[in-house]
Design a protein around this ligand. Sequence first.
Ligand code: EPU
Length: 447
Amino acid sequence: MADARPFHWEYTPPPVAREIFRVEGGRALRGTVPISGAKNAALKMMAAATLTGERCRLTNVPEIEDVRVMADTLRDLGVVVDHPAPNTYEIASGDVDWLFVPLEAAAKMRSSFILLGPILARFGRVIMSNPGGDRIGRRPVDLHVDAMRALGAEIDYRNGYYFAKAPGRLRGGLVEFPFVTVMGTENAMLAATLAEGHTVIRPAAREPEIDDLMVMLRAMGAEVERTAPDVIEVEGRRRLRGADHRVMPDRIEAGTFVVAAAITGGEVAVEGVECDHLGAFLDVVTAMGVSVACGRDRIEVRGAPAGSGAYRATDVTTAPYPGFATDLQPPTGVLLSQATGTSRIDETIYEDRLEWLSGLAKMGASVRVLDHHRAEIDGPAHLTGREMEIGDLRAGASLILAALAADGTSVIHGAHHVQRGYENIERKFLDLGARIERLPEESVTPA
Ligand code: EPU
């Protein structure tokens, strides 16, 4: 009998170069760290560039693996993607050869699904692989598909692929989400820029990356506006033009370095960041007793001496922007392990984003995972260097933070997860005085 499982799930991703981070902890970080462009803005802007046949030029694009995957995915479609200088990409989608985003792209990077809206709106059809779940949860794409249907698309799902068609042009309409979704909002907004008529999206996610994407879209000639904090309205245009845009700074990278300074008892200026984008996070770290001074485009952080127990326990509940960002929950969790008393984490966005805590516990933190969404951390804990495996991007960055604060040496496997989203992370830590190396897996002698 034929195997009843769709072939989609048979796919095994190609092997990635296995590398490790070796970190010698216990050094206070000092100096200035420049923040790169935001991953979660740049990826969407690369997708937005397919809304026009004219050339779009993006600067301050982070040099990270996810951007390379998006560039390759676009090239596979026949889009011209040039990389004339570091952090600069030029994208020209005059014509495309294939209206097909295969499983290879979707398996490498869930956010390739952001191509659904723009390609469907511009070319009238596309076949997209279902990205499936990932290590932090199921992460379905049903809301993206519903949004396209609300704009008049016909979408069938067969064998792990969405076959999407827009008979004629997409039609503006009401896109109502049952709850806030970042990429769902972006996909709907991108599609609506070329739809016929008026679109209202609500509740629209409020993440600053979406507003930066709107700035680019307006430069391309789109008529798009946030008419209320959680409403975006779009008046569709027949065509858009090319534009130049500078990607906003990465608030999640900035928050990661704030924690790095705090956890090592260091003094770090985090440069090129907008404090306003980090409000809920900075409220938590200041409530814990970290000294933080916000300037126009920098944050100065002074940590308490490592192991002093000077930080206060606190509770963290993740929420859509302007709430506490789920992507900063793991880094903040490391800091909570150094606070005196019991802290609580309530992860409301994802159902599997507390798994990384087992790595922290292995290093000596006292952690109780109560269920898929809630955990308690007792502190302050004395962290000791260990050998660990990274499960996903933000978990990986957090284990590096813990290793920087720990006594002794840590070997962290799966460095590629971190390179997906942090530009030159080891270089930035080295420049702050950390002892960290990225090495091929073979260089580790088994314990
Ligand atoms: N959801 C659905 N159906 C959908 C879409 C989302 O059920 O069709 C659920 C998700 O499973 C999740 C919740 O809705 O439980 C919210 O997900 P959302 O759609 O807002 O997330 P996303 O757009 O897929 C972006 C970032 C994530 C970040 C989240 C939340 C990008 C490329 N990714 O994901 O970033 O965690 O918003 O802020 O923008 C990261 O950078 O490490 C990362 C995971």
